[in-house]
Ligand binder design. Sequence first.
Ligand code: ATP
Ligand code: MN
Length: 465
Amino acid sequence: MILPGNYVRDLLQQSPGTAATARGWVKTRRDGKNVHFIQLNDGSSPTDLQVVLDEGVVPPEVVARITTGACLSVEGELVASPGKGQAVELKTRKLVVHGAAHPEEYPLQKKKHNLETLRPLGHLRARTNTFGAVFRVRNVLGRAIHKFFQDRGFLYVHTPIISSSDAEGAGSMFQVTTLELDQMARWGKPPDFGQDFFGRRSYLTVSGQLEAEILALAFANVYTFGPTFRAENSNTPRHLAEFYMIEPEMAFCDLNDDQDVAEAFLKNLVEEVFGACRPDLEFLSKWYEPELFKSLESVLGGSFERISYTEAIALLQKAGRNWEFPTNWGADLQSEHERYLTEELFKKPVIVTNYPREIKAFYMRSNNDEKTVAAMDVLVPRIGEIIGGSQREERHDVLLHKIREHAAMGMKEEAYWWYLELRRFGGVEHAGFGLGFERMMMYLTGMKNIRDVIPFPRSPGNAEF
Ligand code: ATP
Ligand code: MN
């Protein structure tokens, strides 16, 4: 295996004269007079290691197998490189081809590929420069998220992936069952979910929030970081059926504190990724989003704009646009509205608060005006909504009333017994939010389609790999 110190990233930093072994996959091979130049990468670096192979070091039949996509080990010495773009190159003493890649059949030849044609190549696209950069950023982002919360004393908690509560109707859910549905259909029997594995209908979770609230009322500050599932049949560039969500939940916290945490969090994540992934961001900016640095710097620069939903509606009405969707008070903000506010009007992240209660979830805390709830969405340029959060309703009677109001829409009071009971035993004001990990990835990398920031995207009609 490759040990620390031997990644391509590390080898490129070493001084000439060092003995080294490199392992990886061939990006390209170029032939000079009596010499071959091989660009080798193991995924650790946006820059390839140049391997120099003199004629005669390995037999011609081995050289013939060194083609784009082949997997190699190369032993030799790092020497000063006369070429541009790298300080050292590896002069080959010994070379082994582990796996060849037939030049006529290997799909990732040197030419530039567009992202759509790479999507069906989920088993190979991670080896391209683009996905190398994207998945390295993804790794650093994951680490930065944990670091942010760990540094602040938050407890990392795990909430269930299989759940029986229709958590808030955040989106349509995938049902989980072990019933033999096709047999039942053949016998003409309707399924009896009482006989199902959990003795009731169960689903893949759409959010860990309700359970995170339980843990926040024991550990004060907690966060989840795990997969969530939404069977929304919206084939958009911003929605996946399976995506990762980060959900901090904080006791002794109101909507203002919640906004402060969200703002500090996003700023910190941008800073960390800037620090650790600059060459990757430069590559992505060059090929995919010329405004990338400008837009990320706008996060670090000043403070986020904070406006109420009511103010947002007034601004949209004043904009003098032909909106596709309505902008009357009470209408939900659509992507076109969100992007106008953050991209065009304020040109920086915007937090919109206090939405009408009708368009938000039952657990959000009612404001004194009786019309709005203590919700917040964070909007960023190019993406729109990246975070959705709220202060939670901690008053037992108000919450019970709200759940009963929703009974007509299928909400069952009994199913929320524990959620209500939390309000009877040691309740306190608390708040939290959910950050879509892949939305943040889109923001950081400049990728326009959410399917290109996760290794194996799940979307309607799509579960290959
Ligand atoms: P949207 O209106 O964009 O569908 P939402 O209001 O359904 O989002 P929430 O339920 O508030 O989103 O979820 C919290 C966060 O999770 C969102 O702000 C977004 O970043 C992310 N998110 C929501 N749905 C998806 C999805 N289908 N794919 C990827 N990320 C998502
Ligand atoms: Mn949604």
